[in-house]
Design a protein around this ligand. Structure first.
Ligand SMILES: [Ca+2]
Ligand SMILES: [Ca+2]
Length: 449
């Protein structure tokens, strides 16, 4: 309808702007008819416009009344303020109807009461006001040998019975020797008691504490590595660092063995290892480099983790062929007589390799690579020879056209010695040109370091 109204208005404009075309527009009746039509259209527009306005007015009224209702609601639609949680905290700030708040206790405390509360329509909170209760670390009776447990926030302490020390009173204190000055003193209990303390504090794991009294309160301190663990604050006992940091979060104190000493501790390593400079770790001793081995002249010393091996390569005895040692770790076949097919099918060479690895080495990993330097055939094949044990731990794969690799496929628990043989065969139009054997011996250490 709108489009047609525009057309009619254009037509009228055309008549008024171009009076020279008067003869075409002279028919008054036509003009009257057109004007009537336009009038009709305008009336229809006016009606629809008014209707739209009425609708808009209605909507505005509706909106006004609904917002008015909300505003007129009681402003006090929140629940009363909640008490703060001692040693805990409240999650959620809104106290309006339908909203929820949650409660959390600090470490070392447990929540008693409602974990969460909802602000109800009745403007009251659901559930009970919670509280944070100190967890009783003494509940599991951690103090040993008659020690008394004192519950503290997130921890406990033990008051040890006489003769015991340590965090959980687990360590016996060294026996105290009473020095008797004379026979008369021995018969007098008072005199004996008087001599007990200096003698008791003489042992290396027990030292006297240094005490000072400030404003009537006595404070006692110990030398580094010592602590007051008993009821008697005049005695300091050695801290057993090995026990205290056993399987600690920061890792073990020592890689191998921790030895507690008076006022400290030290790490020790198994035979064949030295303690590293940091005092914690163990480093293998290279017996081959330091001449701490007893290998003979015709043997080769192979350094292993935690020890060494003396190995001697003897060329294999195989029917139809003879081998000669061309280097300490390699044997090559002597030339075969012409047309001796049995000889030409035997391996051209045997190479020997020794690897030293630690126990439980993660797998899979490449242990060794065999490559053809100057291949003469058109094909190289790599395969594994050897027994069941070798097949359980190793596999041979091709890594590129000229290289095969010996892969460790499952970790080996040491101490162990594993052997694997990798065969590389060279072919030309499927005819074998040569076979080359590499024997790999792997010495697996007892420890994982
Ligand atoms: Ca110590
Ligand atoms: Ca070694």
């Amino acid at each position: 309808m709108f489009a047609s109204a525009v057309t009619v208005l254009c037509f009228l404009g055309f008549c008024s702007l171009h009076p020279s075309f008067g003869q075409d527009c002279t028919n008054r009746q036509d003009i009257q008819g057109s004007l009537k039509q336009v009038q009709k259209l305008l009336s229809a527009h006016e009606a629809s416009y008014l209707q739209s306005l009425r609708n808009l007015k209605k909507k505005i009224n509706l909106l006004q009344s609904s917002t008015g209702k909300q505003a007129s609601k009681p402003t006090n639609s929140t629940c009363p303020k909640l008490d703060t949680l001692t040693n805990g905290r409240k999650l959620g700030k809104s106290h309006s109807v339908g909203h929820e708040v949650h409660f959390l206790c600090e470490p070392g405390y447990e929540l008693v009461g409602s974990e969460s509360r909802v602000c109800q329509e009745s403007l009251t909170w659901s559930g009970q006001q919670p509280s944070c209760r100190d967890i009783n670390e003494c509940a599991s009776s951690p103090c040993l040998n008659g020690g008394t447990c004192v519950d503290e926030v997130n921890q406990f302490s033990c008051i040890c019975a006489k003769g015991w020390a340590g965090v959980t009173c687990q360590s016996p204190l060294p026996t105290f020797f009473v020095t008797m000055t004379n026979t008369s003193a021995a018969t007098s209990p008072d005199a004996a008691a008087a001599t007990t303390l200096p003698a008791a504090t003489a042992g290396p794991f027990v030292r006297p504490s240094r005490c000072s009294t400030v404003q009537g309160t006595t404070h006692c301190t110990c030398e580094p590595g010592y602590t007051i663990s008993g009821r008697d604050s005049s005695i300091c006992t050695d801290i057993d660092e090995c026990e205290l940091f056993h399987d600690g979060q920061a890792g073990r104190l020592c890689l191998h063995t921790c030895v507690n000493t008076a006022g400290g501790y030290r790490c020790t390593c198994p035979a064949g290892y030295n303690v590293t400079r940091d005092g914690r770790s163990c480093k293998d001793i290279d017996e081959c480099a330091t001449r701490q081995n007893n290998c003979t002249r015709d043997q080769t010393c192979i350094n292993t983790y935690g020890g060494f091996q003396c190995v001697r390569v003897d060329c294999p005895k195989i029917p139809n062929a003879t081998y000669v040692k061309t280097s300490p770790m390699r044997c090559e076949r002597n030339p075969c007589p012409v047309d001796n097919k049995a000889c030409s099918q035997t391996p051209n060479s045997f190479s020997y390799h020794y690897l030293a690895v630690v126990s439980n080495l993660s797998a899979p990993r490449v242990m060794f690579r065999v490559s053809a330097l100057r291949p003469i055939g058109d094909t190289l094949r790599f395969s594994m020879l050897g027994g069941k044990q070798a097949r359980r731990h190793f596999t041979v794969q091709r890594s590129d056209r000229l290289t095969g690799q010996l892969m460790l496929v499952s970790p080996v628990q040491g101490p162990a010695t594993l052997e694997a043989e990798v065969e590389m065969s060279e072919l030309e139009r499927r005819v074998q040109l040569g076979r080359y054997i590499t024997k790999v011996t792997m010495f697996v250490s007892q420890y994982e370091f």
